[in-house]
Structures are given as C-alpha cells and as structure tokens.
Design a protein around this ligand. Structure first.
Ligand SMILES: Nc1nc2c(ncn2[C@@H]2O[C@H](COP(=O)(O)OP(=O)(O)OP(=O)(O)O)[C@@H](O)[C@H]2O)c(=O)[nH]1
Length: 245
C-alpha cells in the first residue's frame, strides 16, 4: 500500500482558523512543480468535482495530441468503467491505450491516499505499450478537496465549471488554489446561469497567489477547439525531447 502525502498542495492541507480576513487557501510561495521526468512518461492528473467536464477534457486532449505524441489514459470510476467506455466508444484513442480503475471507494482515496491501483494501471500501460510521452490520469468526480498525490502524477489539472455559479473559485480548496493548471469549463453556460467570468478569473487568480506558474484557463468543450490552450499547456510540460515542434 502506498500512503502518499509527499508534497502538499495549496494551503498545505490545514484550513486557517475561521474569522480571518484573507482567503483560506491562498497559494503558498515556493512550491513549484518538479522537473518533468525523462525516463518515463509525464503523468498528468485531471481532477475536479462531479460533472465539471473531466472526461470531456480528456477526450478533447486525446483528439488534439494522439497523433503528435505517444499517449495513454487511465480513468477512475467508483463502481463502473463508464469514463473509459465513453472514451473508447468515442474513438478518441486506440482502446488498448485506455485503462480503467474501478476504485470502489471515494475517488480521492484512490488518487491521493492509496494510489496502488492507479500506479499499477500506469505501469501496466507502459509495460504493454513501451515508452510513452504522456499518461493522463482522470480522477473520479469528487469535490473541491480532491487532489492527486505527487507520488502518482507529475502535474495536476483541476477542472471546475461555471454551472455551480461564479462563487466557486473563491470557495478555494487545494485544487483551486494549488493545482498546476486550473480549468474553468462550460463558459458557454455562463449567460444561462448568470456567472460572471471576470469575477471567476479575479477570484481564481487571488486564490492562486497570482502566480504565473499556476495559470487559469477558461474553456468550453462543446467543440474540441475549446481545449487547444490546455493542449498547449500540457505539451509545454513535456521534457523538450518529447515535445513536438
Ligand atoms: N455546455 C457544456 N457542457 C459540457 C461542457 N463540457 C462537458 N459538458 C457536458 O457536461 C456533462 C459532464 O461532462 P463530463 O465530461 O462527463 O464530466 P466529468 O467531470 O467527467 O463527470 P464525472 O466523471 O461524472 O465526474 C456531459 O454531459 C458533457 O457533455 C462544456 O464546456 N459545455
């Protein structure tokens, strides 16, 4: 069993005492992502609340990147293989490049506390397919507290969406504050739910300490083109020999 709490995200795991003036989960200075590995695939976690668009993002990234780099995907669901089945039936990637983990427990447990099944899936992909450039690990849908262990992934993307209202970024949490990339998805729905994207951008930047190495991207994944900025960010994380020109 891997018990991983190796690198804290965001506020380091401890909420501040109530009543303080500042945001509870402001991004701390000085915890940059480690260097990209050169001896194995870069592992990028995609986490976030239920229904925010994680699978839609993984599908769009597969469409954008599959012809350019050697790619594999691991999905997590609690009781089914729904997300892997969706990706396979959508034809975004060779089915043999997609592995499903059925967690049987809270999604965050399988990506943060006991990462054994996910590590096994990642290692199976690499031993079956040979050298890969990138493995996307999609978490099951969870809540604002869900984050990946850096024993499992090298970078993490946290996906929220506008449908919960423009208050979500200022609610903070380790994913909003400390993920390597925050994606605010479903911008096409903003007018329908009265969400102000400028407010979301302002609050997200404040929570993340305004750090240039922790960007925020706004997407609408109604079309694949909506993920192009995220695909560019992912490519920029690869070590330079694996990065397509
Ligand atoms: N309008 C709109 N719908 C979206 C967008 N992205 C995803 N959806 C829809 O939102 C629903 C949930 O998307 P998923 O990609 O399954 O979300 P998820 O985060 O993987 O969901 P879980 O795995 O259940 O947590 C689906 O019906 C998608 O088609 C978007 O940008 N705009």
């Amino acid at each position: 069993m891997h018990l991983e709490h190796d690198r804290p995200l965001g506020g380091g795991g401890a909420p501040a005492a109530s009543g303080g003036a500042g945001p509870r989960w402001q991004s701390p200075p000085g915890t940059p992502a480690g260097p990209a590995p050169t001896d194995r695939a870069l592992r990028v976690g995609v986490g976030g609340p239920v229904g925010s668009g994680k699978t839609a993002l993984v599908a769009a990234l597969c469409r954008a990147l599959a012809g350019r780099i050697r790619l594999g995907v691991v999905t997590n669901d609690i009781y089914t293989t729904e997300d892997a089945d969706f990706l396979r039936s959508a034809g975004v990637l060779d089915p043999g490049r997609i592995r499903a983990v059925e967690t049987g427990c809270c999604p965050h447990t399988a990506i943060r506390d006991d990462i054994t099944a996910n590590l096994d899936a990642v290692e199976d992909l690499e031993s079956d397919l040979g050298r890969l450039d990138l493995i996307l690990v999609e978490s099951g849908g969870d809540n604002l507290t869900a984050t990946f262990s850096y024993g499992l992934v090298d970078r993490q993307i946290f996906v929220i969406d506008v449908a919960g209202g423009d208050k979500v970024p200022r609610k903070g949490g380790p994913g909003v504050a400390g993920s390597d990339l925050l994606v605010v998805n479903k911008t096409d729905l903003a007018p329908l739910v009265g969400a102000d994207l400028a407010v979301m951008a302002r609050d997200a930047a404040a929570m993340r300490g305004g750090r240039a190495d922790r960007p925020v991207l706004f997407t609408s994944l109604r079309s694949d083109a909506g993920a192009s900025d995220v695909a560019d960010w992912v490519l920029a994380q690869l070590p330079s020999p694996a990065r397509p020109q």
